[in-house]
Design a protein around this ligand. Structure first.
Ligand code: AMP
Length: 503
């Protein structure tokens, strides 16, 4: 059997074929040649100092040195755990407790007293500069490549284990399906602790591309954001749809000001029809893709290009076709496969599905199982197949009942988002005695000429009634400048629910 090159070997090849090609451009620029030397040096140290296969925490922001550290972990046979430096210390502590790590590489001040194997930025920079090389082959096959922690229902984060081969299945698909050329500039906006970042890091590094980070501080500075964006000369845009919505608020976010953008790759939450159609108007030459998947199946497993035809045909956009090495089944509660057209839970079966949650057999058993000899993951997402296209039908756990009627909150959001006075919306339930008493809509309004808010609310209700059942029309409207986002750039619905319910 021909032995396949590992991901690390493939990335390192660029240092041989195009050593001066840039791999990262932040405040400073870095080449593939430097990336190899730096990651080799750090890997040699890790191999020597931690001759085990335990994971290593890598702590910091969107920095070149973080990427060096990830590669160094892989080269020295360790999985890495990316923790963004904006993470509250209490949450870092919870992750560290589950992780049972052997070392920490901290590019910013490590926030905990517990600091086993801590390598500070200064010490890590010294190791990067030694010119040494690791001796082993590094992470391969079923070895864990990274662990990404996601929030757990019990409040303790769950560490999703992604193996080298899980990642290979994902990146092979990315590099084949999206028409990406080599040497492209990728937007790197998602924190490295969010698996959406894997959609830029590895496709970029495997195709001799360049990562262009857009830091949180800049994202929060509206003025700076729009003067900086065109300077980044991005080709491949990777973000949540929510971040694109933020950018669309500025009229300068268009193809003329940003002519280099050829691809928009979205994942992580529903891509609203209004977002996609605005983008296609502003960037008529760019390709817009909706992709779907949970961290547990390595970033994404379905894709569809949102063309004019798709926009015309579907009011709620499909999430696409499943990648060739994977199967998606729509199942009922008993695990029976449902026929086309019926709504059930999306179950993903294939080689990019994780082996489970790190050190958490209970949660692993709840969500992962063997289906006909292959690894399967129950997503908790509602879905429906129509021909070979998958449609997302909302989280099964944001379903509510109001006066006995069954309602998907995302369903209302979707239709509210289509109302002409509404830029973005999120609806949350207000509870009394554990029962939903009313629906509260948070609205980012379009510009309007109403004098009073109640007049605007009345107009919104009237238009909304045209597309949803009466009982789905929210009773209360709160107007905001922007919807709050979680660390990962999704609408923070849970935060809004807490706000509305005073908890
Ligand atoms: P995460 O593990 O943070 O990537 O979140 C995964 C979840 O985000 C999925 O289970 C879905 O509920 C949601 N999601 C991801 N992509 C999409 C999409 N394209 N459309 C709708 N929901 C999505």
């Amino acid at each position: 059997m021909v032995e396949r090159m590992t991901l690390i070997e493939k990335i390192d090849q660029w240092a041989t074929t195009s050593p001066e090609q840039l791999c990262f451009k932040g405040t400073k620029s870095y080449t593939y040649s430097q990336l190899k030397t730096d990651s080799d040096g750090l890997a040699a140290y890790l191999e020597e100092a931690h001759a085990n296969q335990e994971p290593i925490i890598v702590y910091g922001g969107l920095e070149y040195e973080m990427i060096v550290s990830f590669l160094a972990c892989s080269k020295s046979g360790h999985a890495y755990i990316p923790i963004d430096s904006h993470t509250p210390a209490d949450r870092v502590a919870l992750i560290a407790e589950v992780a049972d790590y052997t070392a920490i590489i901290a590019w910013e001040d490590w926030p905990l007293a517990d600091a086993q194997g801590l390598l500070t930025a200064e010490a890590a920079l010294d190791e990067m500069a030694t010119g040494a090389c690791p001796q082993g082959k590094g992470v391969n096959g079923d070895d864990n490549y990274y662990l990404i922690f996601t929030s757990g229902t019990t409040g303790v984060p769950k560490g999703v284990q992604i193996s080298h081969d899980n990642l290979v299945s994902y990146t092979d698909w990315m590099l084949q399906e999206f028409g990406l050329k080599t040497g492209q500039v990728f937007l790197s906006q998602a924190p490295y602790s969010f698996d959406l970042s894997v959609m830029d890091i590895y496709p970029a590094l495997l195709s001799g591309g360049q990562l262009s980070p857009l830091k949180k501080e800049l994202v929060n500075d509206f003025k700076g954001l729009f003067t900086e964006l065109p300077k980044l000369a991005i080709n491949v845009w990777v973000s949540t749809p929510s971040f694109a919505d933020v950018c669309l608020m500025d009229p300068r976010f268009n193809g003329e000001e940003n002519p280099s953008i050829t691809h928009f790759l979205f994942c992580g939450e529903e891509l609203a029809h209004s977002t996609a159609s605005k983008l296609s108007q502003r960037f008529p030459k760019a390709h817009i893709y909706n992709t779907y998947g949970p961290t547990e199946a390595t970033v994404a497993v379905t894709e569809i290009e949102i063309t004019q035809d798709v926009l015309e045909r579907y009011q709620r956009l499909p999430i696409g076709r499943v990648k060739a090495d994977t199967a998606i089944y729509i199942m009922d509660e008993a695990g029976q496969v449902l026929p086309e057209g019926q709504v059930g839970e999306i179950v993903i079966v294939g080689p990019s599905v994780s082996k489970g949650y790190y050190h958490n057999p209970e949660k692993t058993a709840e969500a992962f199982y063997d289906y006909q000899g292959k690894q399967a993951y129950k997503t908790g997402d509602g879905g429906m197949m129509e021909e070979d296209l998958l449609f997302y039908k909302g989280r099964m756990d944001f379903q509510i009942k109001l006066h006995g009627y069954r309602i998907e909150l995302e369903d209302i959001d979707h239709h509210l988002g289509e109302v002409s006075y509404v830029k973005a919306a999120a609806v949350v339930p207000k509870y009394v005695d554990h029962k939903v008493q009313q629906l509260v809509a948070y609205i980012v309004p379009e510009e309007h000429s109403f004098e009073k808010e109640y007049q605007l609310s009345k107009a919104i209700k009237e238009e909304l009634r045209k597309t949803v059942m009466d009982y789905m029309v929210p009773q209360k409207y709160l107007y905001v400048d922007a919807l709050p986002l979680t660390q990962n750039g999704k609408v923070d619905r849970k935060g809004l629910i807490n706000e509305v319910n005073g908890s």
